[in-house]
Design a protein around this ligand. Sequence first.
Ligand code: CAA
Length: 288
Amino acid sequence: MAIRKVGVVGCGLMGSGIAQVSVQAGFPTVVREVSQPLLDKGFAAIRKFLQGGVEKGKLAQADMEKTLANLTGTIEIRDLADCDLVVEAVSEDRALKRELLGALDAACRAETLFASNTSSLSITELATFTKRPERFLGLHFFNPVPLMKLVEVVSTLRSAPAAVREASDWCRAIGKTVVSVGDSTGFVVNRLLIPYMLDAIRVYEQGLASRDDIDNAMKLGCGYPMGPLLLGDYVGLDTTCSIAGIMFDEFREPRFAPPPLLKRMVLAGQHGRKTGRGFYDWSTNPPS
Ligand code: CAA
C-alpha cells in the first residue's frame, strides 16, 4: 500500500519534528494533541525551525508557507481516520499508549500502518494493544528530528514484511537513512548510547573529572558533536533516567542502572534543557 497521508499523534519534541519532516517531504500530515495549547506550542516549534531554515537560506519563505498549509492540527483522534500511516509519539507511558492505540485502532482503516516512536517500550507489546500486529512496527527517530538522519525501523515477530517495506520506503522518502532492527529494549542506538551516558554521569559523580573536562574529552577526543553530559541535558535527564530504568528491568545488567546522582537530579526537577537546569544552566545561551 502506498503511503499518501500521514498522521502523527503527539506534537511534543519528537511528534512535532516527525510531523515537520513528513510535511516537508510533501506528505499531507495531520498531527493530533490532547489540547489546543499543546498543539499551538508544537506548531510554534515547527514554525520556528522552518523560519530558522529561511534565515539560513535553506528554505524559501514561499516553501515554508506551502509546507505549513499541508499540515493540519487537531485534538480529535477521528481526524486521523483516513491516514495511511499513523506514527505515535506520545510520552513513554504504557497505560497512555494502550488507551490511545486502542482508540486509533477503532478509528482507522484495517490496512492503515501503525508505528510507535517509543525509545524503550516493547513494540511487540504495543502491537497487542491493537488488532493489527502484522501492520504495527517501531519507527524510532532521533532528536532533533529534522537534523538527525537516522530512523531505526523495528520489526516484531509478527510484523508483515510488506509493512516493514512500506514504512522503510516512507522513511527514505522523508530523507532519512534506515537501519533495520529487531524488537529488543533500546534497539541499537539506545543499547549503546544509554550505558555510555550513564558511565559519563558515574565518572562525574565519582569526581574523576569536571563536567567540562568530561564533555570536552569526548567531543575533542572522539569527535562526538556533543559531550555526554550536555547530550543528557539535551535529551532530558528524566527521559534518560526512564529509558535506563526500563532497560535495567529488561536486562538486569548494572550498566543500565540509573546512577544515584541522575535519580536525584530528576527528583529535584533538574531535567536539563526543558527545565532550564541540568548539568548545565540553560537560562544562558550557549548553556554554561
Ligand atoms: N533549518 C534548516 N537547517 C538547519 C536549521 C534549520 N532551522 N538549524 C540548523 N540547521 C542545519 C545547519 O545549517 C547545519 O547545516 P550544515 O551542516 O549544512 O551547515 C546543520 O543543521 C547543523 O546545525 P548547527 O550548525 O546550527 O548545529 P550544530 O552543528 O551545533 O549541531 C546538533 C547541532 C545536530 C544537535 C549536534 O550538536 C548533534 O548532532 N548533537 C547530538 C545529537 C544527538 O546525539 N541526538 C540523539 C539523541 S538520542 C535520541 O534522540 C534518541 C532517544 O531515544 C533518547
